[in-house]
Write a protein that binds this ligand. Structure first.
Ligand SMILES: [Zn+2]
Ligand SMILES: [Zn+2]
Length: 376
């Protein structure tokens, strides 16, 4: 472990006050509320807390000066098992006076003025089918809270100091007697704040926050689907006491398309074909999201046949594999046909009874025959 004096950034001859001030600065820098989930900051917080514990105690400091870390071995505080370092909670418990000091000197609420992250926000954005396929940069308007610029979030009018709460005398708590017991309760006048605003800031009515509308440019990736939410870090409501903003979530809604329908990363399109195309086969042009492609209908194609065009579907937001485009062939039977057309169709009739040409019909007739044999 690094030298304790170096950790706190003080000289070997630093006074107790200097060490305390240095620790405050470092502890605030590595404070858990300012470094959420940051393992390195947590580590540093533990180290500076450990260094402070030693250097703030004249006896331990002398041992450390003389013998280094070895001088501290066997000392009771080293026997906390494992690393011998304080956890956040232990450090706050142990050095509470330091924290309450720099958090405004209120007792009963050491965390009260600690930096707090703002709340998350949700907004919805509607995009076209094409944009969901290609991806799009979209301007999103978000109405969120911002720290009041007039009072810097304090809620008090400029130049008007906060006054100590008269009810609890700044403690944030009051004692309530219940017979022989005396219980501590959050002060009802200041709600545990310990101080009151004398003149509330006019701009924010004393809340410390104002509403602001901001336009953010959000990159929406191709492949995004309706109902998916995108997280835009630190663009939500503003935090308290210098804490970071919450996150903004953008929920996507995709408009439907007149031709294409989406299922997962696949796209479906229905294409009408004629009787002669189905019987004789043909070449047709099919639209895709990236242009037209030519497709062959084989002779004898049945209605409802699905033809697959690989990688003509949506890009995936979670994998490099693209979806497919399924072309569903719908046989369109003509209605209200002309007399000439009728004559041609009538000529088809004798051919339609040929069971060699219509294997399904033969199969069906055989099954029906069988059914009645069993019944007799
Ligand atoms: Zn204000
Ligand atoms: Zn009070």
């Amino acid at each position: 472990m690094a030298d304790y004096y170096d950790l706190l950034g003080v000289s070997k001859s630093a006074s107790g006050d200097e060490i305390k001030r240095a620790y405050k600065k470092k502890a605030l820098k590595y404070h858990p509320d300012r470094n959420k989930g940051d393992k390195q900051a947590e580590d540093m917080f533990k180290k500076v807390s450990h260094a402070y514990e030693v250097l703030s105690d004249p006896e331990k400091r002398q041992l450390y000066d003389q013998f280094g870390e070895d001088g501290l071995k066997g000392n009771s505080f080293q026997n906390r098992g494992g690393s011998g370092f304080y956890s956040y909670a232990e450090a706050f418990e142990k050095f509470g006076d330091v924290f309450s000091d720099f958090f405004g000197g209120r007792s009963g609420g050491r965390y009260k003025d600690a930096p707090m992250q703002g709340s998350d926000l949700l907004t919805r954005v509607s995009i076209s089918f094409e944009d969901s396929f290609n991806g799009v940069k979209k301007d999103v308007n978000v109405t969120r809270s911002a720290t009041c610029s007039e009072c810097s979030g304090s809620g008090a009018e400029k130049g008007s100091p906060k006054k100590t709460c008269a009810t609890c005398r700044g403690a944030g708590q009051v004692r309530v007697s219940h017979g022989v017991f005396s219980l501590a309760q959050t002060c009802p006048t200041c709600h545990g704040e310990g101080e009151m605003i004398e003149k509330p800031c006019k701009k924010c009515s004393g809340t410390g926050f104002v509403k602001e509308t901001k336009t953010l440019s959000v990159n929406i990736p191709g492949g995004i689907a309706s109902g998916m939410k995108m997280r835009v870090a630190h663009e939500g409501n503003s935090g308290q006491n210098g804490g970071p903003r919450g996150d903004l979530y953008v929920e996507i809604s995709v408009k439907s398309h007149p031709l294409f329908e989406r299922d997962g990363d696949d796209i479906y399109i229905e294409v009408p074909i004629s009787y002669s195309q189905a019987v004789l086969g043909d070449k047709i042009e099919v639209p895709t999201m990236t242009g037209k492609v030519e497709m062959k209908i084989p002779p004898g194609t049945q209605p409802g046949t699905r033809m697959r065009l690989k990688e003509k579907g949506f890009p995936s937001v979670s994998s490099p594999v693209k979806g497919s485009l399924f072309v569903v062939l719908r046989l369109e039977v003509p209605k209200n046909i002309s007399e000439d057309h009728k004559k041609v169709i009538q000529q088809l009739k004798p051919y339609e009874e040929d069971h060699k040409e219509r294997p399904t019909l033969k199969d069906y007739i055989d099954k029906v025959k069988n059914l009645f044999k069993q019944h007799n």
